[in-house]
Design a protein around this ligand. Sequence first.
Ligand SMILES: [Ca+2]
Ligand SMILES: [Ca+2]
Length: 380
Amino acid sequence: MSIARLLPLIAFPVCCGQLAATNLSPEELNLLLEAGQITTQTLVLSNSQAVPFDWRASVVQQSGTTAMMLAAGGDSFGYRWSDSNEAGGPEFRWFSRPEAVQEHRLGDDDSVAVDLPFNFVFYGDTYQQMRISSNGFLTFGPNGNAHNNAPIPSPATPNALIAVYWCDLDPTIGDSSIHSWSDPETQVFVVEYTNIQRLGGSTPMTFQAVLHANGNISMNYADTTGISNVSTAVTVGIENATGTVGSQVVHNTVFQPSGLTIEFRSPTWLSVMPSAGSLLPGASVALSVTANAGALNAGQYEGTIRLSSGSETRHEVPVRLEVTGQPKLQLAPSTLTFDVVGVGGTIERTLDLNNAGSAPLILTGAEINNNAFIWLEPCH
Ligand SMILES: [Ca+2]
Ligand SMILES: [Ca+2]
């Protein structure tokens, strides 16, 4: 046997010995969740090499990223939003402020950075901190002071934006305050603006931005019945880190959100944290893999966690998620009222059926228990 033919046999064990010296376990994840639930599993990465191991973890593939299609709006990333005024939308929900919570004493065009109680995934990026602006928005970027509300999306900062009521507000006027708190039971982080007015003075507004651990976002606006609250210079919506994709609910149009909840549902169901690091010889690190069925319908979903070093893929862990769910029939309106009808006359009323659940709804029949009425076929 020649030396030339021996060389590959000598080189091969060295190459594969290095590859085998890092390990990621378990080799696969099989998960079962109900729609709306979230779970975090652990992968352990270990380094048995004689040299440090620089690594990067990412989600390279996930099927079924489409959130439930709701009636209102959404964006190309997959966020979908709806509000409590529409059939199939969320119910209005107000989070009561606990007595002992953090107050942020901000000036005009001011902001403060706060730590989040959980890793929050927003447009595919994972954050542990954000900035609260006194101008009615939250941002995961650096610019928390902008007072000129812009349309969404817009590349100018602020980006990575949650605009709950973005306009030139001034918390130094009147009896206003800004608080934030977390609730471990409901897995939320709430920022509340209380009785806040525009620069120069205006009708006080009270509203909340709520970050849910499953990646969803809700905006709640207190009941302001009886007071004038018309605004035509405000931006409401969410926007990604480059200001190129976003869901705009309102920009400089009339916005009267009394007793309203707007909910944005996150399409990202699979994420991994931390996303990069360096392991010393003999060391190991735990990676948190989160599967989030907050916006998923019942079905089968698949994804892959990739562990790479430089341009080389070292490990891939398949993740299989089964989501179970239930249909939820909603009818609107709850009562059909018929005015006086002349003999031989006819009045028609429409009943809207909506499936607000997470699994297909199969209607098997409908009937009327009063012969005075006639059931007409659905239009579509
Ligand atoms: Ca922007
Ligand atoms: Ca201001």
